[in-house]
Design a protein around this ligand. Structure first.
Ligand SMILES: [Zn+2]
Ligand SMILES: [Zn+2]
Length: 296
């Protein structure tokens, strides 16, 4: 997994999880496209439940439209099914009749270019529900409609539980907007891609060349031995999260306390196998980097 902050390319902002009137959303596909285009998004995926929403007849309003769908099935220990966002498929996805989460996700993965697990916290998924699951590339660390709806938007605990067990998984922020209440435009990713095309975006996403956000921007994360250099838009807290028990550090521990940080160096232990960064701005909005591994 290379580092998007030091790779060549341009940054593109987009949302990979949205619903329309083709499933249980309030907006037509064109109204959804218009909404995100007017908010200066560069790409969008209309991921209706169990159907592939056609985009050929839509005016993309300058955005890249990624084919996508939200699939569901399987059963976690607490009884909830798992939801999976699949992207880059050419036709509607066939779902197996199964209670097995690994079987469901493997089937979705085989029919899409890539897929990730939606809203683990909303689904009451426990870390161990996802231990034997393969084929997906990550999970939603933040889902805005789950936050606005029932206060269960953030799934960092499930993510760190898997990272700490050696699973190399990426973290997505999405809004999953249905627009029955104010749930649009509250979570997105910034992707660093070599050129503005769907193919290039999906390749960059698969390679982990993105970060998730509800507001702040991350400009640089660079590790030099036991030091990690981070640059971001003004943030009140910058946290280095090491998924091992009791590990990690934050700007609150620095000797020189500042009101906000845009350029900060945090320490990491030499033997840290993986860490990630969270930046929190003065309004409490967050950005999440993907996991960063030591250079081979
Ligand atoms: Zn869902
Ligand atoms: Zn959804």
């Amino acid at each position: 997994m290379s580092n998007p902050f030091t790779n060549e390319g341009n940054w593109y902002k987009g949302n990979l999880h949205t619903h329309t009137t083709n499933s249980d959303g309030e907006l037509t596909p064109q109204q959804a496209v218009d909404l995100y285009a007017s908010a200066d998004y560069h790409f969008l995926s209309l991921t209706d439940h169990r159907v592939l929403t056609a985009t050929d007849d839509l005016d993309p309003k300058g955005m890249m439209l990624i084919p996508g769908s939200e699939l569901d099935g399987g059963r976690g220990e607490l009884g909830q099914s798992v939801h999976v966002v699949g992207l880059g498929m050419e036709s509607a996805t066939e779902l197996p009749e199964t209670d097995s989460i690994p079987e469901l996700v493997a089937s979705v993965a085989a029919q899409c270019r890539l897929c990730f697990v939606a809203h683990p916290y909303w689904s009451s998924l426990l870390t161990h529900d996802l231990l034997d699951v393969e084929g997906h590339i990550g999970l939603e660390v933040y889902n805005h409609t789950c936050f606005r709806g029932i206060g269960r938007g953030e799934s960092a605990v499930q993510w760190d539980g898997l990272l700490g067990r050696g699973h190399k998984l990426l973290g997505f922020a999405v809004d999953d907007a249905h627009c029955h209440y104010d749930d649009a435009l509250g979570g997105w990713i910034w992707v660093k891609a070599p050129d503005p095309s769907v193919d290039s975006l999906l390749g960059a996403i698969q390679a982990g060349h993105f970060y998730a956000s509800t507001g702040p921007q991350i400009h640089l994360i660079e590790r030099d031995g036991e030091q990690v250099h981070i640059q971001c838009s003004p943030c009140r807290d910058v946290c280095l999260i090491d998924p091992r028990p009791g590990s990690g550090t934050t700007t609150h521990r620095l000797e020189l306390q500042q009101e906000s940080y845009t350029d900060v160096t945090l320490s990491v232990s030499e033997d840290c196998p993986v860490f990630r960064v969270e930046c929190v701005d003065p309004e409490g909005r967050k950005a999440w980097s993907n996991p960063i591994y030591p250079a081979p």
